[in-house]
Design a protein around this ligand. Sequence first.
Ligand SMILES: NC(=O)c1ccc[n+]([C@@H]2O[C@H](COP(=O)([O-])OP(=O)(O)OC[C@H]3O[C@@H](n4cnc5c(N)ncnc54)[C@H](OP(=O)(O)O)[C@@H]3O)[C@@H](O)[C@H]2O)c1
Length: 337
Amino acid sequence: MTRQTPRSVALGATGPPVGRQGLGCMGMSEFYGPTDVEESLRTLDRALELGVTLFDTADAYGHGRNEELLRPFVRANRDRVVIATKFGLVRKADDPRYRGVDNSPGYLRRAVEASLRRLGVETIDLYHVHRVAPGTPVEETVGALAELVAQGKVRHLGLSEVTGAQLRAAHAVHPIAAVQSEWSLFSRDVETTVVPTAAELGVALVPYSPLGRGFLAGAVTSVDQLAPDDFRRHMPRFTGDRAGHNAALLAPVHRIAAARCATAAQVALAWVHHRQAVHGLTVVPIPGTRSRARLTENVAAADLVLTEGELAELEPIAARVAGSRDAGLTMAAVRRD
Ligand SMILES: NC(=O)c1ccc[n+]([C@@H]2O[C@H](COP(=O)([O-])OP(=O)(O)OC[C@H]3O[C@@H](n4cnc5c(N)ncnc54)[C@H](OP(=O)(O)O)[C@@H]3O)[C@@H](O)[C@H]2O)c1
């Protein structure tokens, strides 16, 4: 492996410096099988030791439990941690497949107070609009977020799953530090929808699910391996004949991993890190894991530089993937101001 420098990057033109790879904390509370609070807390500490400083959560993860899980860690390391959370996704405790989207200023004001309380902080470092609500202009939402910046409750703004036009409109109201979107060897639509605009505006990309929710690591090849309540049982790429088809697409990933004495997860993450050079913008992936061992493996991937030949081998994969990248949940617009 060849070490890449620098070890930290600015999160876009206006954002804070962060380690080159962040940590997605969602799975520590929900969605991907059994959780283990003690190991999660040890994983957070290890991440910081390894130079990870961007920690990603959302009010929706575990219905607030994920922010609460992070609270002692964030408070103990307040000056070293960049805590990113999100608002806007409304869930129902009794219906795991329900998703509402509320971006109204009234809802936002309640959501930020609740996140600040659960995280035990006075300021959120990076606050994302989790989804843009149909029918609510993004300018209205960002205007309300700018007031929170002025009040000192939020330091930097982020968006998630937006188009280039939405990013441009938002950025005209208040600088946007980062956009979070799914981006991986399996999911590359972002390269045409928002990446060029982000590069032009100096906005960082924070790829989520960079391991294809674990699929690219080769650890999951059938839903039969998953816990009964694992959300991936609803995801088209993991189900039916598509799982076998998609697993076969990973042959070049496994071949490169063997040749480089790396793991499939590291090859998949190295490919995401390489997007920075290809597209000319800051890219800070946030792979999710509940364990120290996998965290250590994933962080090392930032130092794995793929050759042009290896990148060419990986290039065709995304176009051949079967099944859409999300579970097809309807995002109903709701307003609760
Ligand atoms: N903005 C949004 O709408 C949005 C949507 C989804 C996710 N996110 C954020 O992005 C973060 C990352 O995405 P994600 O968690 O969905 O997907 P991911 O990072 O692509 O994959 C996570 C899965 O991969 C497994 N894994 C991690 N490292 C591995 C390794 N080295 N070898 C084998 N398996 C490995 C994890 O299991 P273990 O835990 O057992 O290691 C987990 O099941 C989330 O935690 C969340 O913070 C944001």
